[in-house]
Design a protein around this ligand. Sequence first.
Ligand code: NDP
Length: 260
Amino acid sequence: RHVFFLNSFLKVFLCPAARCQFVMSRLAVVCGGSRGIGRAVSRLLAERGCRLVVVSRNQEAAGATVASLHGADHMALSCDVSKEQEVQKTFQTIQKTCGNICYLVNAAGISRDALLLRAGPEDMLAVLHTNLLGSMLTCRAALRSMLHTQGAAIVNIGSVVGVKGNVGQCVYSASKAGLRGFTRSLAKEVSSRNVRVNLLCPGFIRTDMTAALQEDAVRSVPLGRFGEPEEVAQAVLFLLQSPYITGQELVVDGGLQLLM
Ligand code: NDP
């Protein structure tokens, strides 16, 4: 019995990975955490005992989210995920101040909907740079520390239109389809290091992004309503905490995809 207790002591207090798992709470970075889906994810992860770093361009809005989180030791950082140098600096600050990242959620996103014939190159680049390049840059910057963390996992937020396409959303759906390929490839690249990468594809969710949509969009949803950000957050948590799921996509859309 003494040998058993000695072994447990050594595992928990001397092995760095075990010490991280049992003694410290998990560090989660949520990009786009100031509003909408990212804010709901931040709140749920904080309720489940994670330390949060909430990232968005607007520092004040990220700070307001942090102020509303359960528990202490959370942090708000301002960063435009489409700018490489800002991303590098932000993740260096996170590493220095908070340590190794366990969870990364990429919820920063924008839409500039227009028929392709009317879409300008500036809007096209803004959407691709934020939704696709932004997630690539944050994953690359976070991975360096995630490789040293037990149970590390990434969830990228895609969209049902990245799978099915939609009129007026050629560029937006291309950015989300790109994120699909990126997620699957990265999952293959880092699986041997025990980092999992999954994609979550929401349908219509009630946030600032969908505020301008007509209520008749609801009629296209089999469940007859828009989803709530908290309902997406539940699914993100499931993917983050499922140790045998990687390279997958989970659709949270009230059945919308069935009719597309
Ligand atoms: P919101 O507009 O409510 O929130 C977007 C978030 O992203 C904000 O926190 C915003 O903060 C942040 N953000 C935007 N651009 C940048 C940037 N360049 N750098 C850092 N942060 C940025 O959107 P949702 O919550 O609805 O969307 C979240 C994700 O879910 C997006 O990727 C979106 O494409 C996707 N999605 C949403 C759906 C919906 O129906 N709502 C459906 C399918 C997918 P700030 O402005 O301060 O930078």
